[in-house]
Design a protein around this ligand. Structure first.
Ligand code: GLA
Length: 639
């Protein structure tokens, strides 16, 4: 098909998909008795492995990939869980026009030359990886073109070649064909799908760099959520998820959505993908690490087994995280580990020094990251200088605590039993997960000196403050925020705004850009405040907007639910009351009266029996446009 006409057809397809999506569903607050986040794919724990991008950009080849694979095995990192070997941008030669089949650049991947002059396959390479006990990953784009085709300083010899149509190597218009090829014929197990093909900025850059490309309708406008086509973006990624399920009905795949936190993906990605990028790219620069980390770190309620927040890949070994900056490198790794980020190494593993292998190889931190509970660490203390993150481990009373000094000066930090949700009177034992030393027991509090940019990480044993159950904010891996009540997506102002490395200071400033502000929060209100009900502050609870519904996986583990509920003292809407409702497997088991701003917290308790799914709904009394902030204080599942 002529490529212009083809562009039109894909625009129509997108429009149809949008109108299909737009049909109002059933009442989003009605109980479903189901877990509605993604359960497809192979991501019960965060994926681990290696990706070529941070190590090589587009300058990849077979020797580098296989050399890495061998190093993962010989260093023992593969045994520790680093099993995905993922090829990023740069592998493609062209899309064959006779049948649309993608062709591999065989001068850099010689084993891909399998047949006649036009025939290429990655099967020999994935066979080798599989024989080594590893898994294989590939990269594509949701539009027609890739990020590397948007130009910049990348090696032109790694760009796709040929006519405009031959250089359309992205998935748009070819979703099923490409996914079948990559997963059935070529044997890949993991795909990262980028979004430069549908991004206004990338398309503009591509046109500037010499043209010769068809444009795709802009689904992402980085600086404007209002001009971003969220339903179409979502529908496009959904079509990939469906194609993956057709190609691998047994669910043996990982789907990584790489839409850089744009298009409100932080809210819906968990319904479609296994790995959801929450920000633009990481670079080996401290401020940039803070930027991408922050985009995921306040969002534990949006990740759980099956779908993980992805602040981008590890940059350990480079720049401010290289062998001369081991404090920074260890911080970077500790932080990724405790927030359950995918652990994808981005280094030339053929030459990895021992000091770096020891970081990736910290078995205690890997085990924390891979803990089957899937509870992303929650902020127990927050400031721009120091943060304390606490992660619950499944099936034990132990927790992981990370004390992170973000700044340039040393700080004194008091770690409190209450940060850990441990009882004040009982002894607490900390084991340092870097030095492996066990510290003397203490009760109630202990002080630490934390060096600039250092992260202390401990496994903590103590007596849980709530002995007969678990607070919901301790177990975010059991929670799916099915509907967070956000009416108008807003950019999150709490993400560290580093200088944009691609623009420098050539603008009025770095702006807040990732929608998700006002989303559900563990131990904080939706807008980052303390949970407050008529002057009473709560360190524990869920802050969420009204007109919201959360699904909690109980799976028969607990028998009762309890909370104190009400409208937050810092609610934007102080006029409209709301009712709090609790359902067990779809059955209403408790509800509050309509609570208003300024009311005392109401006690809500319910018998949930052996329910599989508990649903927590807040329904605003009137149809007001501005949501109020609701508090599920001390919300807990009890035995
Ligand atoms: C985007 C992605 C990166 C990498 C490059 C490849 O920038 O966010 O992770 O895949 O494209 O060009």
């Amino acid at each position: 098909m002529h490529s212009r006409a083809y562009g039109l057809v894909s625009a129509i397809a997108v429009a149809l998909a949008v109108s299909a999506q737009a049909a109002p569903a059933v009442d989003p607050l009605a109980p479903t008795a189901k877990w509605t986040a993604i359960t497809r794919g192979d991501a019960a724990v965060p994926p681990m492995g290696w990706n070529s991008w941070n190590a090589f950009l587009t300058a990849i080849d077979e020797e580098k990939v296989m050399g890495t694979a061998e190093a993962l095995v010989s260093t023992g990192l593969a045994r520790l869980g680093y099993r995905y070997v993922n090829i990023d941008d740069g592998w493609w030669h062209k899309r064959r026009q006779s049948d649309g089949r993608m062709q591999i650049r065989t001068n850099i991947f010689p084993s891909a030359k399998v047949g006649g002059p036009q025939e290429t396959s990655f099967r020999p390479l994935t066979d080798k990886l599989h024989a080594m006990g590893l898994k294989a990953g590939i990269y594509s784009d949701i539009g027609h073109n890739s990020c590397s085709q948007s130009g910049g300083s990348l090696n032109p010899q790694y760009l796709p070649e040929g006519s405009v149509a031959e250089r359309e190597i992205g998935l748009a218009g070819n979703v099923d064909k490409d996914i079948q090829l990559y997963f059935k014929d070529w044997g890949f197990d993991y795909i990262k799908v980028d979004a430069c093909g549908v991004d206004e900025q990338a398309q503009r850059r591509r046109a500037r760099n010499g043209g010769g490309y068809n444009t795709h309708p802009n689904l992402i406008v980085d600086e404007s959520l209002n001009r971003t086509n969220v339903p179409a973006l979502r529908a496009a990624y959904q079509s990939v998820s469906d194609a993956l399920q057709r190609a691998r009905p047994n669910g043996d795949y990982v789907f990584s959505i790489c839409a850089w936190g744009a298009g409100n993906v932080r809210a819906w990605g968990k319904e479609i993908g296994n790995v959801v990028r929450t920000s633009s790219d990481i670079l080996p620069v401290w401020g940039r690490m803070l930027h991408v980390f922050d985009s995921a770190a306040t969002r534990p309620l949006y990740a759980h087994p099956g779908a993980w927040n992805d602040p981008d890949m590890l940059f350990i070994g480079h720049g401010e995280f290289d062998v001369n900056h081991l404090v920074e490198a260890k911080s970077h790794f500790s932080l990724w580990a405790v927030i359950n980020a995918p652990l994808l190494i981005g280094y030339d593993m053929r030459n990895a020094p021992k000091s770096l292998i020891d970081i990736w190889g910290n078995a205690d931190l890997v085990a924390a990251n891979q803990d089957k509970g899937g509870h992303q660490a929650v902020l127990a203390y927050d400031s721009n200088d120091v943060q304390i993150f606490v992660k619950t481990l499944a099936g034990t009373d132990r927790k992981i605590v990370a004390i992170f000094n973000r700044g340039v000066g040393p700080v004194d930090v008091l770690l409190m039993a209450k940060h850990l949700k441990f009882a004040d009177g009982a002894p607490i034992v900390l084991r340092d997960l870097w030095s492996k030393a066990t510290l003397d027991p203490f009760a109630k509090e202990r002080s630490f000196k934390v060096a600039p940019r250092e992260t202390l990480v401990f496994e903590a044993s103590g007596t849980r403050a709530l002995p007969d159950g678990q607070y919901l904010s301790e177990i975010p891996g059991r929670i799916n925020v099915a509907h967070d009540g956000v009416v108008t997506p807003q950019a999150d102002p709490t993400v560290h705004r580093s200088i944009n490395p691609w623009e420098g200071t050539n603008s009025g400033g770095t702006r807040a850009m990732y929608a998700g502000w006002g989303g559900a929060m563990a131990d904080q209100s939706p807008y980052g405040g303390t949970l407050l009900l008529r002057g009473e502050a709560f360190m524990t609870g869920i802050g969420i907007l009204t007109n919201s519904r959360m699904e909690v996986r109980n799976d028969g583990a607990f028998r009762r639910f309890s909370a104190r509920v009400g409208i937050d003292d810092n609610s934007l809407n102080t006029r409209d009351g709301a009712r709090f409702l609790v359902y067990a497997d779809g059955r209403l088991v408790a509800q509050s009266r309509a609570l208003k701003f300024g009311d005392a917290p109401a006690v809500l308790t319910a018998v949930i029996g052996a329910a599989k799914i508990v649903e927590l709904v807040v329904r605003q009394a009137s149809g007001a446009q501005i949501p109020a902030s609701a508090v599920w204080a001390d919300a807990a599942l009890l035995r």
